[in-house]
Design a protein around this ligand. Sequence first.
Ligand SMILES: NC(=O)c1ccc[n+]([C@@H]2O[C@H](COP(=O)([O-])OP(=O)(O)OC[C@H]3O[C@@H](n4cnc5c(N)ncnc54)[C@H](O)[C@@H]3O)[C@@H](O)[C@H]2O)c1
Length: 385
Amino acid sequence: MSKKELRIGLVGYGFMGRTHSNAYKRVGDFFPDLQYRPVLKAVSARNAERLEAFAKQWGYESFETDWRKMVQRTDIDAIDICTPNDKHAEIAIAAAEAGKMVLCEKPLARTVAEAQPMVDAVEKAGVANTVWYNYRRIPAVTLAKQLIDAGKLGKIFHYRANFLQDWTISPELPQGGEGLWRLDDNAAGSGVTGDLLAHCIDTAMWLNGGIKDVSAVTETFIKERVHTASGKKQKVGIDDACIFHCHFDNGSLGLFESTRYARGHKALYTFEINGQHASIKWNLHDLNRLEYFDHRDDSLERGWRSIHVTDGDMPYMDKWWVPGLSVGYEHSFVHQMADFLQSLEENKPCSPTFREAQETQKVCEAVLASAASKSWKETGTSWPG
Ligand SMILES: NC(=O)c1ccc[n+]([C@@H]2O[C@H](COP(=O)([O-])OP(=O)(O)OC[C@H]3O[C@@H](n4cnc5c(N)ncnc54)[C@H](O)[C@@H]3O)[C@@H](O)[C@H]2O)c1
């Protein structure tokens, strides 16, 4: 069967540029039945020398130092945005207006207001779109979704999630520049709320439905940092840490915490869900396992089970090795690409779409507004968008 080409134009060759490039290269090998085949047509960033080296290393056919040129090229079908958050809107809107499919890294934008024209642009153009909330596609997390949807947990009472890191504790770390744009509120929009909690919120709403209202506290532990652009100390505008609690639409309570000041934790994303019959928990540092407790088990055998999500009948796992052998972080991106290609075949949306990701944006914004005003805030979400 001859495959249809999906000609990719990637913007940004940093951390996510690499994970996505890996996904484009691997997906056809491991999901051979897909009708579409990604072609690494072009990559764009500003530094020509580094861009050329990246294009050569990953096998891109060409490169452009101005993403606008790439967006206008007629030999490209889809634009993939892997730039800092402040560039998402401009690139996505231009791409949609040029009739390209748009894949965008999370968070969709810095604010709800900035994200809205992005949603409007892809919907007006009628182009396929998705946002890389990749954690949904870790097999153990997808299995959690299947168990919840099958009613195994019964009525849900509690949803708890953490995303803990420790990489910004040094006051010597500047704000601005590659990777460190996350400390600059102008580039990032917010700190841990948009960067880390956005992931937790997307997963939470996917698993447990919409979030109705929130009450939050945030803290900026280091108030001033040198900005790489000016070379001078400037006020830090991001939240270094955020804790919020909330009501879900289904009546359950949520508790979320994220920080970059939890010494010893590098990327500890965890969630636990407690239902009437059963509970589940998951942790990114042991991502192939889903912990499950079912009160309906015989009382003498009742206890937490650790499900190793590697069997062929478990989500995505028939595509990889043999039962018992693990997959990793990078596979979540391969899975999202496989689902995106499948959605093109079926002419269906690939979740989370821009519209769905806008709902996560609304929760993030309500969290920040709640912390600033020290009051509860309605999120105004209508999950699933
Ligand atoms: N899904 C996830 O788990 C995940 C993980 C990390 C980052 N992200 C998101 O991915 C995006 C990129 O993050 P990253 O960690 O890859 O950042 P990074 O700093 O490693 O890379 C950013 C890239 O964007 C390029 N860039 C910056 N401005 C540009 C411009 N004007 N034109 C063209 N290229 C430009 C830089 O040269 C660099 O190649 C962010 O939105 C971030 O929130 C998502």
